[in-house]
Design a protein around this ligand. Structure first.
Ligand code: RIB
Ligand code: CA
Length: 307
């Protein structure tokens, strides 16, 4: 079993990743930290709590983090996730606020309290992770590894060059990739190959409260992907990263060098990946293939098990 912290920006796919974590005995969710990304940190924090409320998990700590990138202007993804960041299901307002500690201080406290190593699953911009590493460099060694949803060695989704989580805060991402941690990058190259479809949503809708919530999230979230890509389905990016911790056999990875582009807009947030391992020192496990069918079967089955 892996002790994990989920640092996220709910966001439809973050919410599904959170439910998958709660449904998977292979992971023990120590808590959730939230960051500005898909929406403002106030909204992503409220959304994390709303999802936990929906499955009666009020004991899971939620710590609010950075309200903007390290240096770049804040850009939210309302075009994908709506004004609330979780448009569609119409979940009730959150039952509680976040804990008193800032996310990076809560992460530090949590790591100090744990005897076992902790995996940090990051599914939003990496602002909190970079701030944590800067504020608590002595605790980096307490992180067993970082599994992040972000980047692409192929086409981006926010610009042709860059994927949103890295584009939103490239300086933070650069810090994380350069830290020398055991880092796994789960990028668009694999998440775009495992689309949730209407058939999956119908099965989920009949599988219980959690499944109905995911089906309702999907109904809103698929609209962007139908418009933007012409797909009859939607990638559940963040759930792929979480699923990699649950079952590492779902993804194939290559250990190679990744450099984050912190330049001007044209290449901003590009993850330059030395897939042939010809040039740069390897600093990351990059996901290059996915067993899409097994991933989706795991996701649907586990969400259904939440009742
Ligand atoms: O580019 C996709 C990623 O950006 C996902 O994590 C999504 O939730 C957004 O944060
Ligand atoms: Ca996300």
């Amino acid at each position: 079993m892996s002790d994990i912290i989920l640092d996220c920006d709910p966001g439809h796919d973050d919410a599904i990743a959170l439910l998958l974590a709660l449904a998977s005995p292979e992971v023990r969710l120590l808590g959730v930290s939230t960051v500005s990304g898909n929406q403002t940190v106030e909204k992503t924090t409220a959304n994390a709590i709303r999802v936990l409320d929906h499955v009666d998990r009020a004991e899971v700590p939620v710590a609010a983090g950075a309200d903007r990138p390290l240096t770049r202007a804040r850009h939210v993804a309302a075009n994908v996730h709506g004004e609330t960041g979780l448009d569609g299901p119409g979940l009730p307002l959150p039952s509680r606020g976040p804990g008193a500690q800032h996310a990076i201080d809560w992460i530090a406290t949590t790591l100090r309290e744990r005897a076992d190593p902790v995996t940090l699953v990051a599914t939003g911009p990496l602002t909190n992770v970079a701030l944590f590493l800067a504020r608590y460099p002595e605790l980096a060694a307490e992180l067993e590894r970082v599994v992040l949803m972000g980047g692409a060695f192929g086409e981006g989704n926010t610009t042709p060059a860059a994927e949103f989580n890295i584009w939103a805060d490239p300086e933070a991402a650069q810090r994380v990739f350069q830290e020398g941690l055991d880092t796994t990058m789960v990028g668009l190259d694999v998440t775009h190959r495992a689309l949730m479809t209407p058939a999956h949503a119908r099965r989920l809708a009949d599988s219980g409260r959690a499944g109905k919530l995911v089906a309702d999230l999907y109904e809103f979230y698929v609209r962007f992907h139908s418009r933007a890509y012409g797909w009859d389905g939607a990638p559940v990016h963040d759930a792929v990263a979480l699923a990699h911790v649950v079952d590492p056999s779902l993804l194939d990875t290559v250990h190679c060098g990744v450099v984050v582009d912190t330049g001007p807009e044209l290449s901003r947030g590009r993850t330059h990946v030395d897939l042939r391992r010809a040039s740069w020192e390897a600093n990351c496990q990059v996901a290059v293939d996915i067993d899409s069918e097994r991933f989706l079967a795991l996701l649907i089955g586990r969400i259904g098990s939440l009742g």
